[in-house]
Ligand binder design. Sequence first.
Ligand code: PMT
Length: 409
Amino acid sequence: MKIKNKKILIIIGGGISAYKSLDLIRLLKKNKNEVKVILTKSGKEFVTPLSITTLTNSKTFEDVFDKNSEAEIDHISLSRWADLIVVLPATANFMTKLSLGKAEDLATTVILASNKDILLVPAMNVRMWIHKATQRNVKTLKDYGYLFIGPEKGEMACGEYGEGKMSSPRQIFSFLDNYFNKKNIIKKRKLRALVTAGPTREYIDPVRYISNESSGKQGYEIAEALSRLGIETTLITGPTNLVSNKDIKTKKIITASEMFETVKKNLPVDIAVCAAAVTDFKPIYKSKSKLKKDNLRLKSFELQKNIDIVEFLSKNNKHRPKIVIGFAAETENLDKNALSKLKQKNCDIIIANDVSKKDSGFNSDYNRVSIIDNSGKIKVVKKNKKSFIANIIADIILDKILINDRSFN
Ligand code: PMT
């Protein structure tokens, strides 16, 4: 299927490959898409407003303080108008500005004000691309949810060879095709997801409880990533300091039993991701009043197992989600232990995180994971931001749903 009737806002940056933007505009227009263009000051050194206007049949936007264009369409309306914003070439300098959140011209202001996905198409000399500063910016931007295509390996305009060549207009077009196809399927299918996050607390008396170090960050990031894809997402969360996006239906619970009851109430769903660190045991007896220090019950108290929520979901004949994903918090034999949890809990995917290190896992912004599916295939993601890992998980889920459901058209 070819994309059509989409509104694409193209921002042309200042690099030699800017001339290829004209081919992309031509391809998009040929397929009956609407295109508007913001031409940056340095982009103007490589392509002219006249050639753009001729291809787009629309005026070229250049200046945030341009009285004429502001009257016609302001920077907020421009970003709301678009279904997707594409920046090409995304130069090292432009990406630095984006990673700093600058709003110093029309292009950066539109992007900062945008509520749409933004696709960056980098192009630069290989040394500039592999420079630590550029790579740090790319990481930050991926973390913010920016999409990337390329750069490709090849001969560059400067005569050097390596990674830095801009993806071709055809490659960009097929990326866009794929992107809108997925969005379309999600919309038509009305996919629903449920994510558990955070710790649970099991009270011994009104002020004391058993719990763990989970901050909820990993689960919240997964809920965000799924919701950003257009999936209707319910987040069931134990006590945390986090606030979720208003598009996410958020249910706050305290105990494992409350989490279980809330999960049941929110079925059926297509996707379940259980990132919560559910406390495995709860005290059989909970004192109604605060226990005194010399109370015999404090010296030893009996525990009973909490119901396993992910196992309940994956073995649920009536409402089994199409995809059930569990997490495995491990300190040793990561993949082996996680694989046996995957089998025991009948999950489709298990995400093993190494929680033996202080700089990732529980209560950190970072995680290091192995994503293992039920065929034993393992994808290792080295230490990275939880938001980055969440985006990878969301993409894997979506691909799995699309592959699994061949009957859908
Ligand atoms: O919250 P953060 O600070 O961001 O940290 C993230 C995390 C380390 C908590 C998260 O990435 C993670 O690993 N979550 C699962 C922690 C855990 O309880 O692992 P487990 O190996 O004990 O449990 C395996 C799976 O069973 C998990 O999917 C868990 O949600 C689920 N489970 C466990 C017990 C239970 N009663 N019900 C469950 O659903």
